[in-house]
Design a protein around this ligand. Structure first.
Ligand code: G
Ligand code: G
Ligand code: MN
Ligand code: NA
Length: 251
């Protein structure tokens, strides 16, 4: 551990235990993939996320965490695919990660070691992180794709979304931020969401709605053409064993 901005930065990876949240096909309601989210096992056995860490006066050092998250998530994906078929795994990367030159090679060797086909391991990058240095982000996107990883723009519509910027990015998909998703209950919000989905499709990007908490919202999202759904309505993030148990119960 080391000190930064009054918080102690967590660099210990022993307790790192990713959880996986299912992502569903909006039309068929079949399992389509997962998002991996970092959790730490405390000495008391509790599993805490980034916000939980913060309450203990800790912050995650994502640069330190990312290679292990990618490795664990890719291995879990290989196991999930044995019973779930052609599902994908999305892993979050911070802006600092994107700046690290060796990451692309790490991603490439993880994909090879796990014998994964192209585009099933996907990087989630927040729009804000990407916008911080557009040229660097564009270079990183191209390198990740060449390495066989997909790119998904996370938290779309949450920050300073630049529609013009979408013209340049070769992302495979975008995730509607929960704040945007929740606008579906208002007529004007629905118009905006539908327009974004149509735009994304015209740019060959798939759309995932995040924070889907009700069946009504899931139906409305499907009706405006949304491809994937993620949220508490159909599954919270859970540990690998719980996913494997769920997959076994389906056979
Ligand atoms: O599930 P949750 O409350 O943990 O996630 C909180 C925030 O932390 C989200 O914005 C999520 O994207 C981020 N996060 C979770 N896991 C990771 C990770 O492995 N890397 C990065 N960079 N961010 C993560
Ligand atoms: O920022 P990012 O989209 O990577 O992080 C996803 C975050 O959203 C995680 O903290 C995850 O635990 C949380 N999350 C997932 N599904 C839901 C949901 O249906 N409602 C809410 N409020 N949060 C959700
Ligand atoms: Mn995410
Ligand atoms: Na998000």
């Amino acid at each position: 551990v080391r000190s930064s901005a009054g918080k102690v930065t967590v660099t210990n990876l022993d307790g790192l235990e990713p959880v996986y949240q299912p992502i569903w096909d909006a039309k068929t309601r079949e399992l389509a993939g997962f998002e991996a989210l970092a959790r730490w096992r405390t000495p008391l056995g509790e599993l805490i996320g980034p916000e939980g860490l913060y309450e203990y006066g800790l912050v995650a050092d994502w640069t330190h965490v990312a290679p292990t998250m990618l490795d664990k998530a890719a291995k879990a994906l290989a196991r999930f695919r044995r019973s779930a078929g052609d599902v994908f795994m999305q892993v979050n990367l911070s802006a600092a990660e994107i700046a690290r030159a060796t990451l692309v090679q790490e991603v490439e060797s993880i994909i090879r070691a796990c014998d994964l086909p192209r585009d099933v391991l996907r990087i989630e990058l927040t729009e804000q992180a990407a916008l911080r240095d557009v040229n660097r982000a564009l270079g990183a996107f191209a390198a990740f794709r060449a390495a066989g990883a997909g790119i998904v723009l996370d938290d779309f519509g949450a920050g300073h979304s630049s529609l013009a910027w979408l013209a340049d990015i070769p992302a495979d998909g975008l995730k509607l931020d929960q704040r945007l998703t929740s606008m579906m209950s208002r007529p004007r919000g629905r118009v905006i969401i539908k327009a974004i989905i149509d735009l994304a499709h015209d740019l060959d990007m798939s759309v995932t709605a995040e924070g889907v908490e009700t069946h009504a919202l899931a139906d409305h999202m499907r009706d405006v053409g949304c491809d994937f759904l993620q949220g508490y309505v159909s599954g919270e993030p859970v540990c690998e064993d719980a996913i494997l148990e769920f997959l076994r119960s389906k056979i």
